[in-house]
Design a protein around this ligand. Structure first.
Ligand SMILES: Nc1ncnc2c1ncn2[C@@H]1O[C@H](COP(=O)(O)OP(=O)(O)OP(=O)(O)O)[C@@H](O)[C@H]1O
Length: 241
C-alpha cells in the first residue's frame, strides 16, 4: 500500500522586504509504501526541510500533490485538507521531530511525554508507564524527569523531542536531523527506536547529516541534486528512477 506520494512538488518563498519571489525547490517526485523509510540527502539549502515542513503542512506547496493514505480520512492531499483534519492527523497519525524543542512552557519532561500519550487516548496508568519507559530508553536522567526542559542541554532536549514523538508510535514520522547534536550512544538509541517503529508499520521520512547513520536503515534514498530515487538493498544500491 502506498502511504505517501509526492508528485510535481514545487515551493517558492516570497521575501517581502526585497519584494522578491525566491524559488526553493521544484520537480520533486517520490513515493513510499507503508513501513518504508526514505532518507532525503542533498547539500545545505537544497530544500530537504522544506519538503518535510510541507508534508507536516507548516508550508503549503505552490505546485504539486502530497498524497497521504490516512487511517482517518483515506487518501488525501495534505495541502488541501482542512485545518481541522490536519490537526487530527498531527495528533493521531503524523509525528515531526526537528532539532529544536518547541513545547508548552512550565510543563515537566515527564508530563510532556505522558501528555503525548494521553491525547492519543491512552489510559492514565499506561501513559505514565510508557512515558517512563521512553525517558529511560533515551537515557534522560530520572533526576530531570520532573524538571522543565528549558534548562536542559541541547542533547537532552533532542532526546526528549524524539521520546515525545516516538512514544505515540505514529503512522508517519518525519525526522529532520533529529540526531544532529547527539553522541554515538544516543544515536544508537534513536536507531533502535526507528527499527522498532518500522517493524510495527510506521512509515518514515528522514533527513540525516550523518550518512553512516542511515546505512542499513533506509529503504530508499532521494537525492535533491540529481532528483533521483534510489532503492537500497541495505548493502548495495540499485536505481529505481
Ligand atoms: N520560510 C522561509 N522563507 C524564505 N526562504 C526560506 C524559508 N524556508 C526555507 N527557505 C529557503 O529555502 C531554501 C531551502 O531551505 P531548507 O531549509 O529546506 O534547506 P535544507 O536542504 O533543509 O538545508 P539544511 O541542510 O541547511 O538544513 C533555502 O534557500 C532557504 O533559505
Amino acid at each position: 500500500m502506498t502511504m505517501l506520494e509526492i508528485t510535481g512538488f514545487e515551493k517558492r518563498f516570497t521575501i517581502h522586504h526585497l519584494n522578491k519571489i525566491m524559488p526553493a525547490i521544484k520537480d520533486i517526485n517520490f513515493s513510499l509504501k507503508a513501513a518504508e523509510f526514505i532518507g532525503i540527502v542533498g547539500k545545505s539549502g537544497s530544500g530537504k526541510s522544506t519538503i518535510l515542513k510541507s508534508i507536516y503542512r507548516t508550508y503549503l506547496p505552490d505546485r504539486g500533490e502530497i498524497l497521504y493514505n490516512s487511517a482517518a480520512f483515506g487518501k488525501i492531499d495534505l495541502s488541501h485538507i482542512t485545518e481541522r483534519q490536519m490537526l487530527h492527523l498531527r495528533k493521531y497519525e503524523i509525528g515531526y521531530v526537528s532539532q529544536f524543542l518547541n513545547v508548552m512552557p512550565r510543563t515537566t519532561c515527564r508530563q510532556l511525554v505522558t501528555n503525548a500519550l494521553l491525547e492519543m487516548g491512552s489510559a492514565a496508568s499506561i501513559a505514565h508507564e510508557e512515558a517512563e519507559k521512553a525517558l529511560a530508553h533515551f537515557e534522560i536522567d530520572p533526576k530531570l524527569w520532573d524538571s522543565y526542559p528549558n534548562t536542559f542541554s541541547g542533547g537532552e532536549k533532542l532526546r526528549l523531542n524524539i521520546a515525545m514523538a516516538t512514544v505515540k508510535k505514529p503512522r508517519l514520522l518525519l525526522l529532520d536531523e533529529p540526531t544532529a547534536s547527539l553522541d554515538y550512544q544516543s544515536k544508537l538509541k534513536v536507531r533502535e527506536i526507528i527499527e522498532k517503529l518500522k517493524a510495527n508499520g510506521t512509515t518514515l521520512v528522514g533527513i540525516f547529516h550523518d550518512i553512516e547513520f542511515m546505512e542499513g536503515l533506509c529503504d530508499k534514498v532521494y537525492d535533491m541534486q540529481t532528483r533521483t530515487l534510489t532503492v537500497t538493498d541495505k548493502v548495495g544500491v540499485g536505481t529505481e528512477s
